[in-house]
Structure formats: C-alpha cells, structure tokens
Design a protein around this ligand. Structure first.
Ligand SMILES: O=P(O)(O)O[C@H]1O[C@H](CO)[C@@H](O)[C@H]1O
Ligand SMILES: [Mn+2]
Ligand SMILES: [Mn+2]
Length: 400
C-alpha cells in the first residue's frame, strides 16, 4: 500500500470562491485552454485542434471541471474519484498550495514587495551589495523572469551586477549568468539574501541562473529555491518521523525546505520527472509516499502565457497515465492535483486564484464524485488515512 501524489503545478480548474480579492474573477486555467484549443488558438508545429486528454477524461477530469462550472456532464461513469478543492491559505503561491495539501494551510500573511520601482527597500539592496561584494544591482522591480533577462542580461554581463526582481508572490529572485557571474556565487548570494529577507516574512529566495549572450538568454535547470520552513509539521514530517519512506521528486525538496522530504530526486522537464516517478515506484516500499511536482506547466507555459505549450504539456502528461496505472500494485493510491492556477489567457504573468483538481485512483480505490472540498488539506488527510497515520490537524479524507 503506497501513495503517489503528483502536482501539475498551476493547473487550476476555475476561479476560486474568493477570487475577487485577488483580481481573478473569471480565471480558469483548464477551461480557457479547452476553449482556446477548440477554437484553433492552441495550434503549434507540435500539436493542433481540440484538447485531447483521453486518460484524464476517463478518470473524471472534465467532469470535475464541468461540475464546478455548473455544467455537469450527463450520466458519465468515471474510473477515478474526482472533484475540486478551494484553498484556505491566504496566498496563491507554490509553498502555500503544497503545504496546505500536506495538511498545513498558511493562515498568516507573507511579506510582499510593492509594485514600485525600485520595489526593494534601499537598506535591503545596500546590505546585499555590501555583504555580496557587488558593484550594484539591476532590476528591483516586478517582472517576468524571461522578459527581465532579455532586457537586462547584456548589461548584467558587462557590469557584473545581478538582476533582482519579484512578482505577485512572496519572492526575492536573483538572476545571474551561470558562466560570467558563476553558479556557486549566485547560490552564495541567495544564502545572504535569505538571511536579509527573513525579517520581512518573504516566502522564498530563488536563484535564477541563465546562459547565452547578445540579448539571447535561456534559463537553466539549476534554479534553486530557498524557502522558509512550514509553520507546523506536515504530512511529510509525520511520515518521516514514523519511519515511512518519502521520495520527493522535482521541486518538492526545496518547497518543504528539505524537512521530512526523505530521498530527493531532481530531473529537468515534465517527462523526465515522470520517468523519475515511474522509476521511484519500482523501489518504493510498502507505506511510502512518492511526491512529484511537474513545474513546466507553470514555469514554461502558465507564466509565459503560452496556451499551445500548456495544451501540449497536458497531452504529454495524459499519455503517461497508462504507464503509471500499469505500475500500480494492489492497495496503491495515486492523487493528481495542483497548487494554484496560472491561466495562460489571463492578463499579466502571475498566478491566478483557482480551485485545484483532485483526481484519485488505484486498483482498489473507489470511483465517483467527491464534490467541492473546502481545503487542499483533504488530500493530505486522505493520504494519512491511506498510509495508516494518525489524523492530521486539518482536512477531511475523501477515500471512504
Ligand atoms: O517569471 P518567473 O521568473 O518564471 O517567476 C515566476 O516564478 C516564481 C516562483 O514560482 C513566481 O513568483 C513567478 O514570479
Ligand atoms: Mn506552483
Ligand atoms: Mn509560478
């Protein structure tokens, strides 16, 4: 009996009940991709036409979306448990979403930087320049990470000043050239920044290394997130402390600040992360949790407002499901979900406040609707029950 939790990072199923507070009324990551694809607006050299997700359809994904949108599908019979969950946490960011699904909603306010230029307080950037021995900094604004390196990458290479930016999330991001600035130096600078932003309640410092020249830059997979610790013990802590095996794949280790995350496996790209997940399933013991984050949906397509790319990534993920299902043993549980939305048709480049899907299946897992859940913590609670832990403080299981 094992559990596999796969997060399709940013795959929202429609505006949350509290979306108004975030300026996100009407956002719908999945719904808008379906619409765009049906209208031929998600065509690319790699894919075309209506969204084709045969395996997710069978499991109940479209039904979960339709039920929440008030357009229930007629008389469908599905192979998974399916529904959506609202978020209790105050932020629509990655740590909040992941911690909440692991039983710890974030009920305090993160620190954020204002939408001014400069956006960072002078004493903060002065301290970073001083302690990091820097000739200065570039940026100090809200930005999309790919746009800002295109704009400032050449100047960064010439001056040696790192590019510092934020977003609607509680983040302090430092972009620097892997070769001219150096990866180790960037990581060391992020360690200093982590200390400096701690008193401001900032959730994450993120290293954003890139390569290239002459206005043509690409980010590498050496991104590193320095997160604060979750405010209380998560499902991962409870599992690890009671001797259950935990295998964390992709960004999970960083998101939980390496607490309770067990064995850490890294891989670049959704398909390599799925390979790593299937590989882990071969060696995962009874009682274990495999926890995978598929970051491309968010990083490469949601934030980049790339509808065709997002559609293709969903189709590629769908195509891996038969393999995943074939690798399950009796008693295994798989849950597919997301941590927030990032509607590729929405203005700006930030996340969107949305409900997330919950699709659960396994050889002995029942099927049918689980409705609209009040918190992502229902996921962690269900896994805790399934793996025989004492109940978590938050969430109501949906397996029985
Ligand atoms: O635009 P890029 O650099 O991808 O940054 C995005 O990634 C950050 C971390 O998930 C978000 O806060 C958003 O700013
Ligand atoms: Mn995320
Ligand atoms: Mn993101």
């Amino acid at each position: 009996m094992r559990a596999v939790l796969i997060v399709l990072d940013s795959f929202g199923l429609g505006a949350a009940r509290d979306a108004e507070a975030f300026g996100d009324v009407g956002a719908d990551t999945f719904g808008h991709i379906i619409e765009a694809a049906a209208a031929g607006r998600a065509d690319s050299p790699e894919r075309s036409g209506p969204l084709n997700l045969p395996n997710l359809t069978k499991l109940g994904l479209f039904a979960a979306h339709g039920d929440y949108a008030g357009q229930p599908s007629e008389g469908g019979k599905f192979e998974g448990l399916y529904g959506v969950a609202q978020e209790l946490s105050k932020g629509k960011d990655t740590p909040s979403g992941h911690w909440e699904m692991a039983g710890v909603p974030v009920l305090f306010d993160w620190g954020y930087f204002p939408k001014t230029v400069p956006c960072f307080p002078k004493d903060l950037t002065d301290a970073l320049i001083d302690r990091g021995n820097l000739p200065g900094i570039l940026g100090s604004c809200h930005a999309s990470g790919t746009e800002i390196i295109e704009r400032l990458g050449d100047e960064h290479m010439k001056t040696g000043k790192p590019i510092i930016y934020t977003s609607a999330d509680s983040v302090f991001q430092i972009a620097a050239h892997e070769e001219t600035f150096g990866l180790d130096r960037l990581y060391a600078l992020c360690d200093i920044a982590r200390e400096l932003v701690d008193p401001l309640g900032i959730g994450r410092v993120i290293a954003r290394p890139f390569v290239g020249d002459n206005g043509e830059f690409t980010r590498t997979s050496n991104r590193k997130d320095l997160a604060v610790l979750p405010p209380s013990l998560t499902l991962l802590d409870k599992l690890s402390k009671s001797g259950h095996q935990v295998i964390s794949i992709g960004k999970i280790g960083d998101i939980f600040a390496h607490q309770g995350t067990g064995e850490i496996v890294k891989a670049a790209g959704n398909m390599a992360l799925m390979d790593a997940t299937l590989e882990a399933m071969k060696r995962a013991e009874d009682g274990s949790l495999i926890f995978t984050n598929l970051v491309d949906f968010d990083q490469s397509f949601g934030h980049r407002r790339n509808i065709a790319g997002y559609a293709q990534a969903l189709e590629e993920f769908d195509a891996r499901l038969p393999e995943l299902r074939a690798s399950l043993k009796r008693g295994d549980l798989v849950i597919l979900t997301a941590d927030h939305g990032c509607d590729p048709t929405w203005p700006g480049t930030d996340h969107t406040r949305e409900v997330v899907p919950i699709i659960a299946f396994g050889p002995e897992i029942p099927a049918g609707p689980i409705g609209e859940r009040e918190t992502f913590a229902d996921i962690g609670q269900s896994i805790a029950e399934h793996l025989g832990l004492t109940p978590l403080d938050n969430g109501t299981g949906f397996l029985n």
